[in-house]
Design a protein around this ligand. Structure first.
Ligand code: NAP
Length: 247
């Protein structure tokens, strides 16, 4: 498969790039010279991001994306293939974290976390894997969390989704010989993650901790950039990036 992009420039797709880690990653990778395609539901945010990146001579396109819909994910990836003819990297970053004690039975929020964090990641993999196998190359970066390494109260379901992301990433890695698989596990990071849903007390406690500890989203973007920029034969499988202050 020929590439329509300059040598060394990768075609990078990023889900959930309308704020936080996804947005910071899009800015950094575009500034590093890659061709970036971003997706999310808040397309006004994506349009503004595209405007700013292009004003700085970066290459960034955007497309509406709801990762809970397989059709939407296929159309996001299809748009990138139509435009660039190949996909080098998919960053499965979209995620939600409404925290609550299990006894609250906020089952709709449990479903939402499973749909976005797990199904969304799988739909992304399903959409790019056939093409990457045809290309005999590709890189799938799945954003998990420190919550995929340890379980804390009020985060049980969120942790379950992030453990799942690590498990499916490891399985994909074992089955792949020319596709790289990286799991990025951030700790407290500045973003809008705590602004949506969850039980008041649990969200409040997490916000208070984030105000004390959180590292900038660019710190996580730099870890992703590091994994992408290793030689093709080197697969950085796991990176945990957390605040030095975080226990
Ligand atoms: N911030 C942290 O402390 C932290 C720590 C560990 C892991 N993480 C992980 O980092 C990732 C990014 O989160 P963030 O911290 O940067 O939070 P954020 O600022 O809230 O960003 C989340 C992104 O996901 C997108 N998203 C949510 N639901 C979506 C859907 N159905 N379809 C498409 N996009 C969707 C949002 O865009 P729209 O709402 O516009 O669709 C947004 O762009 C998540 O996977 C999160 O679990 C964050």
């Amino acid at each position: 498969m020929s590439t329509s992009t300059p040598l060394g420039q990768k075609v990078v797709l990023i889900t959930g790039a309308s704020s936080g880690i996804g947005e910071a990653t899009a800015r950094l990778l575009a500034a590093s010279g890659h061709q970036v395609m971003v997706g999310a539901r808040r397309t006004d945010r994506l349009a503004e991001l595209a405007r700013e990146v292009r004003a700085a001579d970066g290459a960034l396109d955007h497309h509406a994306l709801d990762v809970t819909s397989r059709d939407s994910v296929e159309s996001f990836v299809g748009a990138a293939l139509d435009r660039y003819g190949r996909i080098d990297v998919l960053v499965n970053n979209a995620g939600v974290m409404p925290l609550s004690p299990m006894a609250d039975l906020r089952v709709e929020e449990w479903d939402r976390m499973i749909d976005v964090n797990v199904r969304g990641t799988l739909y992304g993999i399903a959409a790019v894997l056939p093409r990457m196998r045809e290309q005999n190359s590709g890189h799938i970066v799945n954003v998990a969390s420190v919550a995929g390494h340890r379980v804390d109260p009020t985060a049980a379901v969120y942790c379950a989704t992030k453990y799942a992301v690590r498990a499916l990433s490891e399985g994909l890695r074992q089955e792949s010989r020319d596709i790289r698989v990286t799991v990025i596990s951030p700790g407290f990071t500045e973003s809008e993650l705590l602004d949506r849903g969850g039980a008041l007390e649990a969200q409040g406690a997490a916000r208070a901790a984030a105000r004390q500890l959180a590292i900038p989203a660019s710190a996580v973007a730099e870890a992703i950039d590091f994994a992408l920029s290793r030689p093709a034969a080197v697969d950085v499988n796991e990176i945990v990036v957390r605040p030095t202050l975080q226990g």
